[in-house]
Design a protein around this ligand. Sequence first.
Ligand code: GN1
Ligand code: MG
Length: 372
Amino acid sequence: MPTVTATAREIACAFAPHGAEPAVHPHGNGLINDTYLVDLGNPPRPRLILQRINRRAFPEPELIMANLHTLLEHIRVRQRREPRARDLRFPELVPTRDGRAFVLDAEGGLWRALSYLENTRTFEKPDGPPRAAETGFALGRFHALVGDLDTRRLRDTRPDFHNTPRHLERFDRARAAAGPHPESEELGFCLSFIGARRRLAGELETARLKGRLPVRVIHGDPKLNNFLFDEADEHAVSLIDLDTAKPGLLQHDVADCLRSCCNRAGESPGSNEAVRFDLEICRTLLQHYFIALGDRTPFADGDLLYAAIRLIPFELGVRFLTDYLEGSKYFRIEYPEQNLVRAATQLRLSAEIELSEKEIKGMIEELVRREA
Ligand code: GN1
Ligand code: MG
């Protein structure tokens, strides 16, 4: 979690109504941006989420703000036009007291505020089918809501975000620059696993370049702790952290959500926690995803969805390992080896997925064929 700096306190004041005395608390477990929950004191006022966007991850944070505005406006119009008994809710952008969309700090860091959705919570680890059903619904509904948004209206804030061959090139450079590392068992496993699968890394990128898959608006980071659930009944309420939303492949989002939700050990498991890909969670999540999406055509080639499911934990494993070799400057860590542990976890997950290839492909085939 980020520490509450004097800058955070000062900037919170810019977003607070006149006379309010904001109390700033670190919030959430994001690995990239600094996130705070801002209490606006008495009289009780709606709380705010204040965030400092990480420039290492997003060199042009102004583009994120423009995308966010476009995305939230599109969803608002859709939801007003087609009200439903149950739908997702989204935070709203909150301007500063003097009407600015964001504030730049002395180092050029971009700070923005969003409304906080009260009575919600997040989960760091999956529990089983009920949570998976809710998560699948939320991702499917999000994709449906932005399905008619013209992708040309969103800027690509992180080009090559899911270009696995590019991530491998960067990994190669980091490995060469790092020189010989003391070869632990974990590192040895990671290096040989990656080495043996290099030729599979381009599968989705090649399909995308050949136009075999439709390009649509994706979330870009639908891991479990980016979903908000109702505190009381644990129904999914929202899918937040929309900074990576951009044109992309639905397969990548679905796979990213599954890699996070089907591994009960979580992203940083302890040494005796086994990494497994839970097929029951996978089936439930996909089932509810397809119902909420209401359209199976983007998944007509089920083998490419399987390819993405295998590839996304591989890609994230490569990204974690690259950062580890580069001195962990990108993903926030709590102890020095954490990005190595995270890398090994994702690569083990990819290995587990390979062992269940037949079952996963069969499941996809059955669910994609089923009438909506
Ligand atoms: C990062 O910021 P956060 O924690 O929601 C990362 C994702 C990774 C994820 C792994 C911009 O997301 O790509 O999948 O960590 N976001 C960025 O936990 O790199
Ligand atoms: Mg994120």
